[in-house]
Design a binder for this molecule. Structure first.
Ligand SMILES: [Zn+2]
Length: 260
């Protein structure tokens, strides 16, 4: 495959998976990990695999990883051995240990101007995890720019310092690209938001560009209703109750919503 085709393939792949990656990142940061189901951990494993793939880990052992083999991840391995617990237990434990740091990192990335106090710690955390990746390099003796493999050497990853290393490397690479000017918009490089409804504060990926305040329709409409003057709110609630009683169509809650 030619160099251009390789680059195009990588770009297309990234665009296709980027949304899913950010959604899973937000889900991990928001999660009550003690209540995480097997389905949640399976989705998180997929995230690790996708990010490893984007990092260039062509030999990532997905099938073994899905079956609970964490040998590629130093922190999970070490904790399982030192506590004599299962790797699966150590995996969940490491995710719990890092969750607060990870949330601080995302908080800073979502609003770097508002949360400058988090900049130092978040940068250290990001650097520590994203750089603890061990590479092996194999010379390519069959370099062929036209018809074959146009690479001087082949890089492989032998292990990661942490189960979160591939995810942090993904975030680090997005920031690097933003620094280089592609994309120019910070919201495109790090598309997550923190929901602005009082009492929510969840991380979310907005459905549409430009909607960067709330995690979903529920928070958007309750934030809007709580801003309405009391009399207006009461009038709407009376109308709502009356309509529900009659079984008619519901009044439009956002009919007076100012244009955004
Ligand atoms: Zn919300």
């Amino acid at each position: 495959m030619g160099k251009l085709a390789l680059r195009r393939r990588k770009k297309g792949w990234q665009a296709q998976h980027s949304r899913r990656i950010w959604q899973t990142i937000a889900a991990y940061a928001n999660a009550d990990l003690a209540a995480w189901s097997n389905e949640n951990t399976r989705t998180f494993r997929e995230l690790v695999h996708l990010c490893a793939d984007l990092t260039g880990d062509a030999t990532f052992p997905m099938a073994d990883f899905a079956r609970g083999d964490f040998s590629r991840f130093h922190d999970v391995n070490q904790l399982a051995q030192s506590t004599k617990q299962s790797p699966e237990w150590a995996f969940r434990e490491i995710l719990t240990v890092y969750q607060d740091d990870f949330r601080r990192l995302l908080t800073w990335l979502c609003s770097p101007e508002k949360h400058s106090e988090l900049a130092k710690g978040a940068t250290q955390f990001l650097m520590k995890l994203s750089s603890s990746i061990r590479w092996t390099v194999e010379a390519n003796t069959e370099f062929d720019e036209v018809n074959g493999c146009p690479l001087f050497y082949l890089k492989n990853i032998s292990n990661y310092g942490s189960i979160l290393s591939p995810v942090c490397k993904f975030i680090f690479d997005r920031i690097e690209r933003f620094h280089e000017g592609d994309p120019i918009d910070r919201g495109e490089a790090v598309p997550l938001i923190i929901c602005q409804r009082e009492g929510c504060g969840r991380f979310a990926l907005p459905q549409r560009k430009g909607r960067r305040e709330f995690c979903g329709n529920n928070c958007r409409s309750s934030a809007y209703q709580s801003k309405q003057p009391r009399t207006e709110k009461n009038r709407y609630q009376r109308k709502y109750r009356a309509t529900v009683k009659k079984g008619a169509a519901l009044p439009k809650a956002r009919s007076n919503c100012p244009k955004r």
